[in-house]
Design a binder for this molecule. Structure first.
Ligand code: FE
Length: 341
């Protein structure tokens, strides 16, 4: 068999040119992120240092980012969507925005209940009960159900019922107990409100410490952030409050995730795959834990976070996080009906 003759130097030229164009294409990554944590800076810069791939980050609120990607369609520059809340990841899937990813590394490192074909969780957080030690007894707030008990009348404050953290908690209650009991719970919580929902989780913890309310719900990383704070005012806050892992005798504490996926129209697919793999590396997993006080999804990753250590071990709800999305719309309807704004 004869091959057409190509001068070796020409072949080399062609090769270099091709490699050059691939490199030029892949040395950038457009990241649409709904994570709003300052400590993520190190997470991204380490990736750039390791790979030479520059990250262009666009931050936005969860729903806005989904809307934006949808509207940009095939012209979207977005390679990766990173967001918080499992229902949001599932929504991106439902909208057909994500590309299926086959990665042995992701499959072997991330537990099956924390991923789908086209999205992956990279960290978990739990939704805990925080109470005022001087006005509420720990034994009265051991379960989410307790927040609806008339015993706590005028003592409960939370962030908005439209917020994904509360919607996903509500979705888990619907999944476990059905709509009727979930609605009863929502009505009971609303009847116990110390004030109309406002602010974020940290604001609620501070309100509990200030005596404006007696009990609230908060994601663990907000609690841990206050625990690790050097500010005298934060230390005072944490002296006044107690933290409870809810439902330890039942389904376990509700957990949610932060995660992401590659977008269907990603212009830098190779870089996107590299980035997803990187997020499941020991090093990146440690950033989630040590930087933002979340738990790694990869088993056996050594973290050094005194606050997470102090919080200790707990029984987590094992409901596959993707299934929270199924009840998300219902959760909003029930909250609306209950007047949980
Ligand atoms: Fe948050």
């Amino acid at each position: 068999m004869r091959f057409p003759l190509v001068h070796p130097s020409l072949a080399l030229c062609l090769c270099v040119a091709l490699a050059g164009s691939v490199l030029a294409e892949e040395k950038e990554l457009n990241l649409y992120s709904a994570r709003h944590y300052q400590t993520d800076e190190a997470l991204y810069s380490t990736f750039t240092r390791q790979t030479g791939i520059k990250i262009n980050r666009i931050e936005g609120k969860e729903d806005e980012l989904l809307e934006r990607i949808k509207n940009e369609g095939a012209n979207s520059p977005a390679d990766i969507l990173l967001t918080v809340d499992a229902a949001r990841l599932a929504a991106a899937h439902e909208l057909g925005l994500l590309a299926p990813v086959k990665s042995k590394r992701l499959e072997s490192r991330i537990p099956a209940n924390l991923r789908a074909d086209d999205w992956f969780s990279f960290s978990t957080r739990a939704r805990v009960i925080v109470y005022a030690k001087d006005s509420v007894k720990a034994e009265d707030v051991q379960n989410y159900a307790d927040l609806a008990d008339p015993k706590l009348k005028g003592k409960v404050c939370t962030r908005s019922g439209s917020h994904p953290y509360n919607l996903s908690l509500m979705a888990s209650i619907i999944a476990h107990q059905g709509e009727a009991r979930a609605e009863e719970w929502a009505k009971g919580v609303v009847a116990n409100f110390a004030r109309a929902p406002k602010g974020g989780d940290t604001d609620q913890i501070k309100a509990v410490a200030a005596g404006e309310c007696g009990v609230t719900l908060a994601n663990t990383y907000y609690v841990a952030r206050l625990m690790r704070s050097d500010k005298a005012e934060d230390k005072k806050v944490m002296e006044k409050v107690g933290v409870v892992w809810p439902d330890q005798k039942g389904y376990g504490t509700h957990i949610n995730v932060s995660g992401g996926g590659m977008l269907k129209h990603a212009p830098h697919k190779q870089a996107a795959l590299q980035f997803l793999d990187y997020l499941a590396s020991d090093e990146a997993q440690r950033y989630f834990a040590d930087g933002n006080n979340e738990w790694p999804v990869v088993a056996g990753v050594k973290v050094s976070n005194p606050a997470l250590e102090t919080l200790g071990k707990f029984k987590a709800d094992t409901l596959p996080v993707g299934s929270l999305a199924m009840y998300r719309a219902k959760a909003q309807v029930i909250f609306d009906r209950a007047g949980y704004r």
